[in-house]
Design a protein around this ligand. Structure first.
Ligand code: ATP
Ligand code: MG
Length: 469
C-alpha cells in the first residue's frame, strides 16, 4: 500500500509534490500543440542552463517574461531561469557564474560567444511572503527576499499571470499556475493575488503594469487597474535608483509613447519626472513642446523595434528639452546672450528634476554635451562646421538637431544642409559653406522656425529666439 502510494507520488510531476502542501492547485501543463512555442526563439544558453541543472538533479525552467514573449511569438530580449537549487548550488555548476544582489539574490551565468556575452539570470524559487514574515516592513514593503520556497510559491509571488509561466525546454511543456495562458488569449494583464496588496508590497508593479500593457497591447484587468488611482502615490517611496531603472525600461521598451500615455491615463505620471507633467498636461494644440517629445519618442521606439541602440543620455536630453527651451528663452528675454542663456538654462532644468526621479550623473554629462552643441549647428561660417563634425559627440548632437527640425523647431533645411555636409567630399563641403553664407549673410543664422515660412531673416529682426540666434 505504502509503496504503491510512493510510486504514485514519484510518477507525478515534482511540482505537484510541492503544491500538495499548499492550498492552491497544481499547475496546468500545456503541451507544445497548444502553446506553440517556436524552439528557434529559444536561447541555446538558456537551454544549457536548464539542462545542466536538471542533469544535476534539480528542477529548472525558463520563466517570466521570456515565456510570455515566446508564447507571443516574440524573441525574448533576455532569459531568466528558475530552479530549486540554491544560489550556491547553481554557482558550483557553471564556470562563469556570479552571485548578484542582496535583497534578491540571483546568479548571473555568463556565456561568451560571437558578439555580446549572454547573461542568463538564475533565481531560486522564492517563498511566499507569509512564510518570510520577518523580512517585511510595517508598510507591507518587501525588505529581504532570500527565503527559498516551492515552485508553487514562487509562481504566486510573481506579478502578472502571464509572467508566471514556466517552460521546460526538455519536455517542451509550459507549467501555468495562474491562468496565464487563458489571459494571453483574452489579451488581459492580470495581477496575481490581491492587486492592492501586491502594489503595496512593491509599488513598482504599477509601473510594470503600464509598461507591459503598452508592450503587449493587452488590457489591464479591471481589478488590476482599479487600485492604481489610489495607490499611485506610493511610487514616491521607491528608492530613486530603482525608480530610475524602471522608468528607463519603460522608455526603452520600444513602446514608450504608448507607455507614457498609459501613465497619464492611470494618473501615474505626476511627479515622476516633472517633464512628464509638463508634456502630458500641456494644453497647447498640436504643436509645441509635446510635438518634439512625441517625435523623439516615436523615433526611439522605431530604433528599438529595429534592434538599434538608444542612449539613455540622448533619451533624457529629448525629454527635458521642452523645459530647457523654455528656460533658455526666458534667460534671453532677461537679457542674457545666447550661449550663456543656454548654459544657465541647462543648470536650471537639471536642478528642477531633483524633486522627482533623479537622473543619474553619467547620463547628465551626455545630456549637457548634446544640448550645449545645439547652437553650434547654426554657425555655418569659417571653420565652425568642420570643427563641429570632429567632436566626439557630434553624431548624438546631430541626431538631436534633426529631431528639432522634424518638430519644426528649426528649419528642416538646416538639417538637410548638415546631412549633405557630412556626406560630401571637401569640394562639396566648400560649396555648401558658400550656399550657407548666401542664405544667411554673415550672421550664420538661417535656422528660422518654419512657422514663419521664410528663409531669410528680416532686417528688423524679431526678439531673439534661441533657435535663431
Ligand atoms: P522584460 O524583461 O521583458 O522587461 P520580464 O517580465 O522578464 O519583462 P523582468 O524584470 O526581467 O521582467 O522580471 C522577470 C520576472 O520576474 C517577471 O516576469 C516576473 O515574473 C518577476 N518579477 C519581476 N519583477 C517583479 C516584481 N516587482 N514583482 C513581482 N514579480 C516580479
Ligand atoms: Mg526579463
Amino acid at each position: 500500500m505504502i509503496t504503491k502510494f510512493i510510486k504514485r507520488i514519484l510518477r507525478r510531476d515534482p511540482m505537484v509534490r510541492h503544491t500538495a502542501a499548499h492550498t492552491s492547485g497544481a499547475p496546468k501543463r500545456i503541451a507544445k500543440k497548444s502553446h506553440r512555442i517556436d524552439p528557434n526563439l529559444l536561447s541555446k544558453n538558456a537551454i544549457k542552463v536548464t539542462q545542466t541543472l536538471q542533469n544535476a538533479g534539480y528542477e529548472a525552467f525558463i520563466v517570466g517574461g521570456a515565456v510570455r514573449d515566446l508564447v507571443l511569438g516574440i524573441s525574448p530580449k533576455d532569459f531568466d531561469v528558475a530552479t530549486n537549487a540554491t544560489p550556491e548550488q547553481v554557482q558550483k555548476l557553471f564556470r562563469k557564474a556570479r552571485l548578484i544582489g542582496r535583497r534578491f539574490q540571483i546568479v548571473h551565468v555568463t556565456f561568451f560567444g560571437k558578439g555580446q556575452p549572454e547573461i542568463i539570470e538564475v533565481s531560486t524559487f522564492r517563498a511566499l511572503l507569509e512564510n518570510a514574515g520577518e523580512h517585511i516592513a510595517e508598510n507591507g514593503r518587501i525588505l529581504r527576499d532570500n527565503v527559498w520556497g516551492s515552485q508553487h510559491e514562487d509562481a504566486a509571488r510573481r506579478d502578472f499571470s502571464i509572467n508566471a509561466m514556466y517552460y521546460d525546454p526538455a519536455s517542451e511543456t509550459v507549467l501555468d499556475y495562474h491562468g496565464g495562458m487563458a489571459d494571453m488569449q483574452k489579451k488581459t494583464l492580470r495581477m496575481i493575488g490581491d492587486p492592492a496588496k501586491r502594489y503595496r508590497e512593491d509599488p513598482i508593479r504599477m509601473l510594470r503594469a503600464i509598461r507591459f500593457a503598452a508592450k503587449t497591447g493587452f488590457t489591464l484587468d479591471e481589478a488590476t487597474l482599479a487600485p492604481i488611482a489610489k495607490l499611485g502615490k506610493l511610487i514616491h517611496d521607491v528608492p530613486s535608483a530603482r525608480l530610475f531603472d524602471e522608468i528607463l525600461k519603460l522608455l526603452m521598451s520600444g513602446y514608450s509613447w504608448a507607455a507614457i500615455q498609459g501613465l497619464r491615463d492611470a494618473g501615474l505620471h505626476h511627479g515622476l519626472l516633472p517633464l512628464l507633467d509638463q508634456i502630458l498636461d500641456n494644453k497647447e494644440g498640436s504643436s509645441g513642446p509635446k510635438d518634439f517629445v512625441r517625435i523623439a519618442l516615436a523615433n526611439t521606439d522605431q530604433r528599438i523595434q529595429a534592434g538599434k541602440g538608444v542612449s539613455a543620455g540622448f533619451l533624457f536630453a529629448t525629454l527635458l528639452w521642452p523645459d530647457l527651451l523654455h528656460n533658455w528663452k526666458k534667460n534671453i528675454a532677461k537679457g542674457s546672450s545666447n550661449v550663456p542663456a543656454l548654459l544657465d538654462a541647462m543648470d536650471e532644468t537639471i536642478a528642477s528634476q531633483s524633486s522627482g526621479m533623479v537622473i543619474q550623473r553619467r547620463f547628465e554629462s551626455d545630456m549637457r554635451e548634446i544640448w550645449s552643441m545645439q547652437p553650434r549647428f547654426e554657425k555655418r561660417v569659417g571653420r565652425y562646421p568642420y570643427r563641429l563634425i570632429e567632436s566626439p559627440r557630434f553624431r548624438a548632437a546631430y541626431d538631436f538637431m534633426l529631431l528639432r527640425c522634424a518638430a519644426r523647431e528649426l528649419n528642416p533645411d538646416l538639417g538637410e544642409w548638415w546631412t549633405n555636409f557630412i556626406e560630401s567630399d571637401p569640394s562639396g563641403q566648400e560649396a555648401l559653406m558658400a550656399s550657407a553664407k548666401k542664405d544667411s549673410g554673415n550672421s550664420g543664422a538661417s535656422a528660422l522656425p518654419t512657422k514663419r515660412r521664410r528663409r531669410r531673416k528680416p532686417k528688423t529682426a524679431a526678439p531673439a529666439e534661441p533657435a535663431t540666434s
